[in-house]
Ligand binder design. Sequence first.
Ligand SMILES: NC(=O)c1ccc[n+]([C@@H]2O[C@H](COP(=O)([O-])OP(=O)(O)OC[C@H]3O[C@@H](n4cnc5c(N)ncnc54)[C@H](OP(=O)(O)O)[C@@H]3O)[C@@H](O)[C@H]2O)c1
Length: 149
Amino acid sequence: MNIAASSVLVTGGASGIGLALARRFHAAGATVAICGRREDRLAQTAAELPGLITRVCDLSRPEERRALAEWAVRGVPALNVLVNNAGVQRYPRLAEGEGDWAATAEEIAINFAAPVHLATRRRQSAGCRGKRPHRTSCRRRQVRPRQVA
Ligand SMILES: NC(=O)c1ccc[n+]([C@@H]2O[C@H](COP(=O)([O-])OP(=O)(O)OC[C@H]3O[C@@H](n4cnc5c(N)ncnc54)[C@H](OP(=O)(O)O)[C@@H]3O)[C@@H](O)[C@H]2O)c1
């Protein structure tokens, strides 16, 4: 894979593991976009990495995931790598009952629903067709979306 020629979207790319990945992709010459909820952290990272593309987005919300996918088609040229890194770990004790179910439902939305929704929605927004990733064809752009995490 030619990373230098790739366009990468790292969710949760302004801190932790996502930031480390964004730095590595950036250093390798890729076009890099990141998203997250905290605008100040996104701006801080953009100041560090010239050319970085940022977007405020709460991935627990389906409508924001759709908006992110639509934005990515226009805002991230030839996007071909999606790194579903954003996540939270709250360790709910489900064996003891539902506890704070709202928090658990949000965790499921961020950690599971968002990666599935974002990958499928990105393909749809980019006009991709085909059941198999290696046979994907895109009407708007000739790219093959890859999901690496
Ligand atoms: N660190 C570990 O040992 C470890 C182990 C196993 C798995 N993981 C997983 O690896 C991933 C990264 O871990 P990390 O340690 O780097 O975590 P982290 O430092 O807490 O970073 C998580 C990132 O996800 C973003 N994020 C969280 N909720 C979001 C939401 N609703 N919408 C958009 N962005 C959101 C955060 O940005 P905002 O807060 O600005 O939104 C942040 O940039 C997570 O999925 C984590 O569960 C980590």
